[in-house]
Design a protein around this ligand. Structure first.
Ligand code: G6P
Length: 605
């Protein structure tokens, strides 16, 4: 989703803004722009459609745009095509601004402003909000903060805004509702951005502006204001990871680096939960949980589906997994005794956040399993498990998913121990097996040449099916998503037993079918389903756990993962599927880390 940066200080702003935008590229975007100014001069703008390097070229790395104060933006198109006209910043007589989010009542506001004589040059909701600020500023002769506050009262939807006012050189104004925004200062400069990596080079001390708050940013100083215009104090937070964590570190792509970071991500997550009381979840509370709603989007939802199997097996309570986008609008029973678990890497996914709020409004306790500390979901959840994946840059998640799995296993084991559905000894055995996962993931990673080779065999295929049962089905969902999101090959995951009810009609000569076999109880049944596919011409790949029998001749391509208890096998089985997606994308010459149309953090509905 859109990325925002801002800088005011003593240096030339444009190169700093462009560098900051490059750190936000992972969020997904399709056009970019910056506006910079010096005192006494009007802001100068540069905008381009397409990737950021066009803007870098157009401005000679920013050198062509003088000025020590500026704002920049990468736009992920919502209202209007990804054209130069629609790219931000947008301007009005007195105000120039960038925006991330969606203004839901923009059509009505645009009409009103048109009646007042405003002309619009883009199709965006952003231009509407910039002109609305301008309208209040002029009409009431008020200062920037008051004009922004009036706008916040009038605008519906979500936004992070960075604005410059022609009459206030050297200053940037910011405001936020729902969409993320982080601010930071040094002795003589100040920064703002949609995410920490854009400003980490300059400062580790950051402020997270809250909903319906505004900020005035001057070199070396940031002031915060509430909706009444009163100045307020926000706590500074220290970022505990450094800029190198968000660099490629010698790997060709962030995704490959992050795949290799999984042993560390899982190990850190597991050790941080050794003292489980830090989550706020005590035994008395866990005993009172009678059912769970697991709510998330994308890969986090797939982690939730794996968690569902594990919790149901260990704790004997029903778990319902819901797309956050559905949960927020459906009318599920919200009974006492229900724990709502919201799983999210970014902690900012609009639907997941809305689901959290809906659950809280209904009086249900919410546990957030979140990777980004300080994010909205991390702040608003009643209980928090912080996954320790560290910053994840590749749009296609890998290490955060693995850390979510580990967190969910531990939640399941701790709940089961509290409820007495497993003995202390069984619980301890499970925790030891979870602690052993990082080394086993490391062993799976050693096998990557095999996947690299297989990827060359499927790179020009058009359809790939993933089949499995139980937890293997959960892994198939994630493997299939990895494949389609970065290789653009059509891919589907099926519970193997469902194939016969329709999908098998799609299997023809040479269709690729990947069967996952890690669950001892059901592996033979999946093998039968694979044979049925082969009989209809499919090319099979088998992903099987050590010890599970794969009939001779079933497939020329068998990938093995180390022995692991069935309950936790997803952590190992997903790794070859991530690598397969990765190498297939590389083979097809695609932009692995920034796949088309996708965003890392989906902050609009
Ligand atoms: C986007 C990302 C996915 C992610 C999903 C949920 O679609 O591309 O990788 O799984 O959002 O994001 P969250 O931050 O809530 O985990």
């Amino acid at each position: 989703m859109c990325g925002i940066v801002g800088y005011t200080g003593q240096e030339q702003a444009a190169p700093i803004l462009l560098e900051g935008l490059s750190k936000l590229e992972y969020r997904g975007y399709d056009s970019a722009g910056i506006a910079v100014r010096n005192a006494g001069e009007l802001p100068q703008l540069a905008k381009t459609a397409g990737k950021l390097h066009f803007l870098v070229e157009k401005t000679d790395g920013g050198k062509l745009l003088p000025g020590t104060c500026g704002i920049g933006h990468t736009r992920w198109a919502t209202h209007g095509n990804p054209t130069v006209d629609n790219a931000h910043p947008h301007t009005s007589d007195n105000v120039i601004g960038v925006h991330n989010g969606i203004i839901e009542n923009y059509a009505e506001l645009r009409e009103k402003l048109t009646d007042k004589g405003y002309r619009f040059y883009s199709q965006t909701d952003t231009e509407v909000i910039v002109k609305l600020v301008d309208y209040y500023y002029k009409k009431y002769g008020i200062g920037p903060i008051d004009a922004i506050n009036r706008t916040m009262v009038r605008a519906r939807g979500s936004y992070a805004l960075a604005l410059m006012f022609v009459d206030y050189p050297g200053e940037i104004y910011a405001a936020r509702k729902e969409s993320p925004l982080v601010l930071g200062t040094t002795r003589d400069a100040s920064f703002l951005a949609s995410d920490v990596p854009a400003i980490l080079k300059y400062t580790r001390k950051v402020y997270y502006i809250e909903n319906l708050q505004a900020a005035r940013i001057t070199p070396g100083r940031i002031q915060f204001f509430n909706l009444n215009g009163d100045e307020i104090t926000l706590p500074a937070r220290e970022i505990d990871w450094d800029a190198s964590a968000a660099e490629k570190g010698g790997y060709e792509h962030f995704m490959l680096k992050e795949i290799h970071e999984q042993p560390r991500a899982v190990r850190d997550t597991v050790s941080s939960l050794a003292d489980f009381s830090s989550t706020g979840l005590d035994n008395a509370f866990l005993r009172s949980v009678e059912r769970i709603y697991m709510v998330a989007c994308g890969s986090a939802l797939h982690a939730g589906i794996a968690g569902q199997y594990v919790v149901e097996r260990l704790c004997g309570i029903p778990v319902r997994v819901e797309f956050a986008s559905e949960f927020r609008y459906r009318h599920l029973p919200m009974e006492k005794g229900t724990l709502v678990v919201v799983v999210s890497q970014s902690g900012e996914t609009a639907d997941s956040l809305a689901a959290l709020r809906k659950a809280k409004e209904a009086g249900l306790p919410v546990l957030g399993i979140v990777n980004v500390m300080g994010s909205s979901i991390a702040r608003e959840a009643d209980y928090l498990i912080h996954t320790m994946a560290g910053p994840e840059i590749s749009v296609a998640t890998t290490k955060a998913y693995s850390a979510q799995l580990a967190a969910l296993y531990i939640l399941a084991v701790r709940t089961a121990m509290a409820k007495g559905t497993v003995s202390e000894e069984e619980g301890k055995y499970c925790l030891d097996e979870i602690a052993a996962l990082p080394d086993k993931i490391g062993a799976v990673l050693e096998n990557k040449k095999q996947l690299q080779w297989f990827a060359t065999k499927i790179a020009s295929d058009t359809d790939i099916f993933y089949i499995g049962r139980g937890l293997d089905y959960a892994v198939c969902l994630e493997g299939s998503l990895k494949m389609k999101e970065i290789s653009y090959i059509h891919s589907e995951a099926y519970a193997a037993g469902e194939l016969k009810h329709g999908t098998i009609s799609l299997i023809e000569d040479n269709t690729v079918v990947i069967g996952v076999l890690t669950q001892e109880e059901v592996a033979e049944k999946t093998v039968s389903n694979m044979i049925e596919c082969r009989s209809r011409g499919a090319r099979l790949m088998v992903l099987a756990k050590e010890g599970i029998r794969v009939p001779d001749g079933l497939s020329d391509f068998v990938v093995r993962i180390p022995s692991v208890p069935d309950l936790f096998s997803a952590s190992l089985a997903v790794v070859p599927l991530q690598l397969l997606g990765y190498y297939t994308s590389v083979n097809r010459g695609l932009d692995v880390d920034k796949p088309r149309n996708l965003a890392k953090s989906v902050t609009v509905e």
